[in-house]
Design a binder for this molecule. Structure first.
Ligand SMILES: C[S@@+](CC[C@H](N)C(=O)[O-])C[C@H]1O[C@@H](n2cnc3c(N)ncnc32)[C@H](O)[C@@H]1O
Length: 486
């Protein structure tokens, strides 16, 4: 998007995907609020053309397209690969995110479908970034693996093809993606069917591929060459960040605490926690989570899946100078501190030092307390001071906001000056337990109802704010990422 960041308000019909979320209304809310109003015209056109195709269930969903686009910009991807193109929705989303000299090696056994989208991709002026090859991916990957020049050459690889080959792809792609680069596997929550009872009536192809997806998830969870993060976006996407040869991971099993999930079933949420999150949760985060679980306000804590996501995101964007508003006992703070380099910094603001001190000994033991500058007091006056001092302008790579929801818009007004262009503000709880789409007369707890209006207002405001690109993810209680563009 240009610095004048154009948004294209428009309303469309949902197509295809069945959502992983607790209600279709919640999924629709994300689409209507954060996705469709900002969907580039070309992507909208391709989505609508694809909706008329008989296999339209295969298309990448619009929310996932938006996420991919933002992710690619955040990691400054240039050389990418896509396995499984279909009519090209994720391909176009990728091509629009890459710089002018960016490249996508696009593989599919079917050129005919690609040609449905091609005229739209050409009109969007990004076809020159695409090198489409018709044919099965595996032999081509083998050729590339045999040529060391291709090793470690891809910044990003998106896999959305034959699920029964994902593990075969993974074996090859791990050599082709660079250290610090990302492989994204699509459909890793397989419509939620992974947690369906053994005798549940499933369509034949769903049941057939389910075992492969289960196997893939198990394998990725214990693969020490990557860090992972499984997001309930689209039909589930697992991001694998390639580690250097000595990549550290900490297998262990724990109990879930606290958060009510936004997903279609608690079992699906539990599946993500047990498969992708807990086995890799660093020991100090586990300890802090367990200590926090005994605290009377433990519902306030950042969930473990969101902690993992933040940690991966901060590494992907090479964040160094960060801020957090709303610390509580410090779970997201610790997750941030562990992701930053040794000389990284977190300005951590909370009105309550007592809760921070519950987590502090664990943060100290983890050897990351030196990165944290904790200030007790309301955030707003301090932000005002910083905004008045231009030396703070554009200095933060990342800011996480997880405090008083009735002040989020006040924070946003200030933070937009403090985050650098290309940097990210993350607002937490933007799906507010799903209550945003509850009928007006639904019985809601008093504080949920009170803050709901502020969250609705925030979402509306972010959706049309031309200074940022956004992406609202149903992770934890909903997090909206805002990438500053002007
Ligand atoms: C949801 S909790 C934060 C959870 C934390 N991110 C974690 O990982 O556990 C919200 C926190 O915001 C703090 N808070 C509320 N109003 C605030 C304000 N005006 N300025 C700074 N912090 C505030 C509260 O004291 C509380 O600790």
């Amino acid at each position: 998007m240009a610095t004048n960041g154009e948004a294209q308000p428009a309303k469309h019909q949902e197509v295809g995907h069945k959502s992983l979320l607790q209600s279709d209304a919640l999924y629709q809310y994300i689409l209507e609020t954060s996705v469709y109003p900002r969907e580039p015209e070309s992507m909208k056109e391709l989505r609508e053309v694809t909706a008329k195709h008989p296999w339209n269930l295969m298309t990448t969903s619009a929310d996932e397209g938006q996420f991919l686009n933002l992710l690619l910009k955040l990691i400054n991807a240039k050389n990418t690969m896509e396995i499984g193109v279909y009519t090209g929705y994720s391909l176009l989303s990728t091509a629009l995110a890459l710089p002018e000299d960016g490249k996508i090696l696009a593989l599919d056994i079917n050129r005919e479908n690609y040609e449905i989208g091609l005229p739209i991709i050409e009109k969007a002026g990004v076809a020159h970034k695409i090198d489409f090859r018709e044919g099965p991916a595996l032999p081509l990957l083998d050729q590339m693996v045999d040529d060391v020049n291709f090793h470690g050459s891809f910044d990003f690889i998106f896999v959305d093809a034959d699920k029964d080959n994902y593990l075969n792809y993974h074996k090859r792609l791990i050599d082709l993606v660079k250290v610090g680069g990302v492989i994204g596997y699509d459909n890793t929550l397989w419509n939620g069917s992974l947690v369906a009872p053994a005798d549940a009536p499933l369509r034949k192809y769903v049941r057939y591929y389910r075992d492969f997806v289960l196997e893939l998830n198990k394998a990725l969870a214990v693969d020490s060459r990557v860090e992972i993060c499984q997001l309930p976006v689209g039909d589930g996407i697992t991001l694998c960040r390639r580690l250097a040869a000595n990549g550290e991971s900490q297998p262990a099993k724990h109990q879930e605490v606290g958060h009510k999930s936004l997903l279609q079933s608690d079992a699906l949420y539990q599946y993500i926690l047990e498969t992708s999150v807990y086995p890799r949760e660093p020991e100090p985060m586990k300890e802090l989570r367990e200590v926090t679980a005994k605290h009377p306000w433990n519902l306030m804590t950042t969930s473990a899946d969101e902690g993992q996501f933040l940690n991966l995101l901060l590494k992907l964007i090479n964040a160094k100078n960060t801020m957090e508003i709303g610390v509580y006992t410090g779970y997201s703070l610790l997750s941030t501190a562990l992701a930053l380099p040794e000389d990284g910094k977190i300005l951590a603001l909370d009105i309550n030092r007592e809760n921070y001190e519950i987590g502090l000994p664990i943060i100290e033991k983890a050897g990351v307390a030196h990165k944290i500058d904790f200030r007790e007091g309301p955030a707003l006056p301090l932000l005002d001071q910083m905004v008045d001092d231009v030396t703070f302008h554009g200095t933060f790579d990342f800011i996480f906001v997880d405090a008083d929801k009735d002040n989020y818009l006040n924070y946003h007004k200030r933070l937009i000056d403090l985050v650098k262009i290309g940097g990210v503000i993350g607002y937490d709880n933007t799906l507010w337990n799903g209550s945003l789409v509850a009928p007006p007369d639904a019985p809601l707890r008093k504080y949920v109802r009170y803050y709901r209006d502020f969250v609705l207002e925030l979402n509306k405001a972010l959706a049309i704010d031309p200074r940022v690109e956004i992406c609202q993810l149903p992770v934890g209680d909903g997090i909206t990422l805002c990438r500053r563009i002007s």
